[in-house]
Design a binder for this molecule. Structure first.
Ligand code: ZN
Length: 343
């Protein structure tokens, strides 16, 4: 190792060790992470995106109204600071977010380009940095409790140097780098079941044998990142129009293979719901019940192997998505794969 790279490694370590994102959470709280500031809403511009930008809050409202979650038990994360973000991102990438037209391209809402950057920071990037804080904290909670769900996060198109597809910060990469140092682990499995290819984490962990990536995605939609595809350890392609039964069979087989190949100390499950039938972006035909079964299979996989699991909600912004995610969390609770109330 050259002296500059060992200096870099030392700087990275000290940034992570001095971060406030890993705070202690009392046992009276449930490892379900959410903040009111996750939800993006301003001037009606959010309506221009094919997008339910209050999905995260609606998931919690459903869970509270079903009686399986007490509002006071939700964990509120801290916002990822600039120092936290520098663990993965470069100074120049973070500076590029001070240009509203760059942010507009990343979040795919062209009128954002016309707004003063202070508004963009406050209304778009601050909510996303809160979600990043939630993803990072989720790994600590998963290690302590066996599981954790960040009701937001899963920005899998963003890498250290490039945002895109609504993803401005690489929360998955950040979560894993924090876990390496703070949880003293060295083997992480990413199970990415969002409809889109997770090119951000794939670029960030290329040639890093500590991370095993299982990515099940539709190859006929965004981001068509052929370079990043080379860095997927286990690629499962599901074509447009794939139905629930075929999807779940492929998932069963994929989990079996992954379990034989790699023995992780942490699973990061990117549980996008844009595989739902009718989703205009994902173009797959998975039923709501299929999503519930999918999530159960992944949690069951983690449970059988006694591996802590972090779930992120990632893509899927149809009006129906929040209800499906809430139904799935209820099912995980019923099957005792998670525990959402005390006693
Ligand atoms: Zn997606």
């Amino acid at each position: 190792m050259s002296s500059s790279s060992s200096n870099d490694a030392e700087a990275l370590r000290s940034r992570i060790l001095s971060s406030k994102l890993y705070f202690d959470v009392p046992l009276s709280k449930v490892p379900l992470i959410y903040s009111n500031s996750y939800d993006i809403a301003f001037l009606g511009i959010e309506k221009l995106h094919p997008f339910d930008s209050s999905k995260w809050g609606r998931i919690c409202q459903f869970l509270i109204s079903f009686g399986i979650l007490d509002k006071r038990c939700i964990v509120e994360p801290l916002e990822a600071s600039k120092d936290d973000l520098l663990v993965v991102h470069s100074e120049s990438y973070l500076t590029s977010l001070k240009d509203s037209s760059n942010v507009a391209k990343i979040v795919e809402v062209p009128p954002v380009a016309l707004l003063p950057n202070c508004l963009v920071q406050q209304k778009v990037l601050f909510p996303l940095r809160k979600q990043v804080g939630g993803t990072v904290l989720a790994a600590k909670l998963a290690k302590e409790r066996g599981w954790a769900i960040n009701v937001g996060g899963g920005f899998h198109h963003c890498s250290a140097e490039r945002g895109g597809g609504f993803c401005a910060y690489a929360d998955i990469s950040l979560c894993i780098h924090f876990a390496f140092v703070r949880l003293n682990i060295s083997r992480v499995m990413i199970i990415d079941l969002d409809a889109h290819q997770g090119n951000g984490h794939e670029m960030d962990f290329r040639n890093d044998s500590r991370v095993y990536i299982l990515d099940m995605y539709n190859p006929g939609i965004y981001p068509f990142d052929y370079e990043a595809r080379n860095y997927i350890n286990q690629k499962v392609e599901v074509k447009s129009g794939t139905l629930t039964e075929e999807y779940l069979q492929k998932l069963d087989k994929a989990l079996q293979v992954a379990g034989n190949r790699f023995d992780p100390e942490l699973i990061v499950y990117n549980a996008g719901t844009d595989i739902l039938d009718g989703d205009p972006l994902g173009r797959l035909k998975i039923s709501p019940e299929g999503i519930v079964q999918r999530d159960e299979k992944v949690f069951q996989f983690a449970r059988e192997k006694h591996i802590p699991i972090v779930m992120l909600t990632s893509g899927g912004y149809m009006k129906s998505s929040a209800g499906v995610i809430a139904d799935s969390i209820v099912n995980l609770s019923k099957k005792c794969l998670i525990q959402t109330s005390q006693g």
